[in-house]
Design a protein around this ligand. Structure first.
Ligand SMILES: *[C@@H]1O[C@H](CO)[C@@H](O)[C@H](O)[C@H]1NC(C)=O
Ligand SMILES: *[C@@H]1O[C@H](CO)[C@@H](O)[C@H](O)[C@H]1NC(C)=O
Ligand SMILES: *[C@@H]1O[C@H](CO)[C@@H](O)[C@H](O)[C@H]1NC(C)=O
Ligand SMILES: *[C@@H]1O[C@H](CO)[C@@H](O)[C@H](O)[C@H]1NC(C)=O
Ligand SMILES: *[C@@H]1O[C@H](CO)[C@@H](O)[C@H](O)[C@H]1NC(C)=O
Ligand SMILES: *[C@@H]1O[C@H](CO)[C@@H](O)[C@H](O)[C@H]1NC(C)=O
Length: 538
């Protein structure tokens, strides 16, 4: 998927004008500032020193809930990892050397030895994150105690993440500190996604999991898996194994049911939904290696080629019903993405059987034919009690969509489309301004940061229909070796736009926080690229 757009090279901040280089990093990272920025935070100067070997989370309720228990262990280990990144030699000399300094510092209020984790609502090991999950949480760190509170497991996950981000390496590069503070936080948008395309290049499971880690570190909660496309079909179907046997690039570049299960579970315990996309009727060339009968055989001067799926054939809908039925069992999310973008009408036009079919069905144009097709696929999804997401073309071509179908806006100018979609009463997610395959110089995260999803003409009731957005990583020139560094921290910009308050727009302030956040991701094993120029991680 691509569209040409005049990209503006954002050199404003990085100083193409007069900039006199000084030694040292261009931007000095913050210490203990979360990304994305919490909705409200009261900051203080008092701090605890935190020694991971003498620190523990105390689970107040639901201690038997595995989801909670495992999350606490994960964050315990992340905090220990931060300490391990502190220089060993310095650690050795630290004790004597710096003890006095702490004791003479009025802001030093002791060692933090525990934090209470208070999940007040219920916790079920089988909980699956959803569109309307609550992610609110609060953190209170006072001289007396530290507490992370939420009524849901999802809120606790977000709270643990923020808590871990409040811990910083002190200026002495030796000790870990955490300031007293009070945070009350919740997401601005419910749908905060990242699309990854695994058809143009295959992404191995190890990188998929690293990416899910990074999503959790940025509080993104939807992994949109664009799993198949024209070029390859890596999804292994139990019902139709021939699809990947013949349609994958090679036998090793596939996702088996067990691997998909592993990815869904890894995401779930981090509060991330997995929504798979089976894009039709276009972008389906790889389906046709094993099942040429479902594709349109082009005629005329296109003879010998295959086009989009053939909407006139019963075989097409039978295969889709079988496959989507299986998909809805493999992936527990209520939503399936049905694609519907960039359908090429020339091949349909060149096929005499399709012309005959249109006449019989009283369909007068190819938009109408696409509508007919999508309508039938939506009926299949309805029968599965699933819900659908579609690309904006489906809406624009006038397909009658069920109320709960979400329209994903990806083209420009998006303001007009967002306005139309929401005016018609449909919910929308925005992607147009977060195409990660569009590269500019430097880290180019600022252009993603400057996008405001509400910046379109519409009344309040329309704005309420904006569920959020997704950053999109199309993989034409991305594979396992560069996917992480291309996505991160550029997707972090979208993540903050989708989580933080509307008035969090200060690029200068964000620049310093993002320096810290990238170092944080790096220390945790995520190969994010430097965001804004020369510098180093402590
Ligand atoms: C933490 O406290 C120190 C002083 O002890 C202060 O300089 C720093 O700005 C505080 N950091 C945060 C994130 O509140
Ligand atoms: C979560 O935060 C939103 C926004 O402030 C609020 O409307 C909602 O009541 C909060 N929910 C809980 C469970 O605290
Ligand atoms: C049209 O359908 C007939 C009968 O199924 C088939 O033999 C023929 O090859 C089809 N023509 C095209 C162009 O697909
Ligand atoms: C197409 O239109 C004709 C004439 O209006 C009508 O008799 C026929 O039932 C229609 N066919 C379909 C499939 O809607
Ligand atoms: C909002 O849209 C206007 C008009 O298109 C544009 O000039 C402005 O830069 C946009 N602001 C943001 C924050 O996106
Ligand atoms: C954003 O708005 C809130 C509520 O009006 C206010 O408390 C906060 O200071 C504002 N933040 C910024 C960065 O302007």
């Amino acid at each position: 998927m691509k569209f040409s757009q005049l990209t503006i090279v954002a050199l404003v901040l990085i100083g193409c004008e007069s900039y006199i280089e000084k030694p040292g990093p261009r931007y000095v990272a913050t210490k203990g500032e979360p990304w994305p920025k919490p909705q409200t935070q009261i900051k203080n100067d008092e701090y605890f020193v935190l020694r991971p070997q003498f620190f523990e989370f105390q689970v107040k309720n639901n201690a038997k809930c595995t989801l909670l228990h495992d999350a606490v262990l994960r964050y315990q280990s992340i905090i220990s990892g931060l300490y391990e990144s502190v220089d060993e030699n310095l650690k050795f000399v630290s004790h004597q050397h710096h003890k006095k300094e702490w004791l003479s510092d009025n802001n030093f209020i002791g060692h933090l030895e525990s934090a209470i984790v208070d999940l007040s609502g219920s916790c079920d090991d089988n909980d699956y994150p959803s569109q309307d999950m609550k992610e609110n949480y609060s953190i209170n760190i006072t001289p007396d105690n530290a507490e992370i509170q939420s009524s849901t497991i999802w809120g606790i996950l977000r709270g643990l993440e923020t808590f871990s981000q409040l811990i910083y390496i002190a200026d002495d590069y030796v000790s870990l500190r955490i300031n007293t503070t009070s945070i009350s936080d919740y997401p601005r948008f419910a749908h905060r996604g990242l699309l990854l395309d695994t058809s143009r290049h295959f992404i191995p499971v190890k990188k998929m999991l690293e990416n899910l880690d990074a999503m959790a570190y940025n509080k993104l909660n939807v992994f949109h898996w664009h799993i198949v496309d024209d070029q390859s079909f890596p999804y292994v179907s139990r019902k139709y194994p021939e699809l990947s046997e013949q349609g994958a690039y090679k036998p090793s570049q596939v996702y088996t049911p067990a691997v998909m299960q592993q990815i869904v579970e890894y995401a779930r315990v981090r509060g991330i939904r997995v929504i798979t996309e089976f894009d039709t009727p276009g972008h389906t060339r790889s389906w046709g290696v094993a099942h040429p009968e479902v594709l349109t055989a082009c005629g005329g001067n296109l003879a010998g080629e295959y086009g989009p799926m053939d909407p006139s054939k019963v075989e097409t809908y039978n295969l889709l019903a079988g496959l989507l039925g299986e998909v809805s069992e493999t992936f527990p999310d209520q939503y399936i993405h049905l694609g519907g973008d960039e359908v090429d009408f020339d091949c349909w036009e060149s096929n005499a059987n399709i012309s005959k079919f249109m006449k019989k069905e009283n369909i007068t144009d190819y938009k109408g034919l696409e509508s007919y097709f999508v309508q039938r696929v939506i009926n299949i999804v309805d029968a599965l009690k699933a819900k659908s997401i579609v690309w904006e073309e489906v809406f624009e071509n006038g397909v009658k969509l069920p109320t709960e179908t979400i329209v994903q806006v990806w083209k420009g100018p998006w303001e007009q489309t967002m306005s139309e979609v929401t005016l018609s009463g449909k919910t929308a997610i925005l992607s147009s301004c977060w195409y990660l395959d569009h590269l500019d110089s430097y880290g180019d995260w600022q252009k993603f940061y400057n996008c405001e999803p509400y910046n379109f003409t519409g009344v309040d009731s329309q704005k309420k229909l904006v569920l959020g957005g997704e950053a999109c990583m199309w993989a034409e020139v991305v594979n396992e070796f560069n996917v992480i560094s291309r996505v991160w921290p550029r997707a972090s910009a979208a993540a903050e736009k989708l989580w933080s308050a509307e008035n969090v727009t200060d690029i200068k302030e964000a620049t310093l926080r993002l320096e810290e956040h990238v170092c944080r991701m790096n220390r945790r094993g995520v190969g994010a690229q430097p965001p804004s120029g020369p510098g180093f991680c402590p």
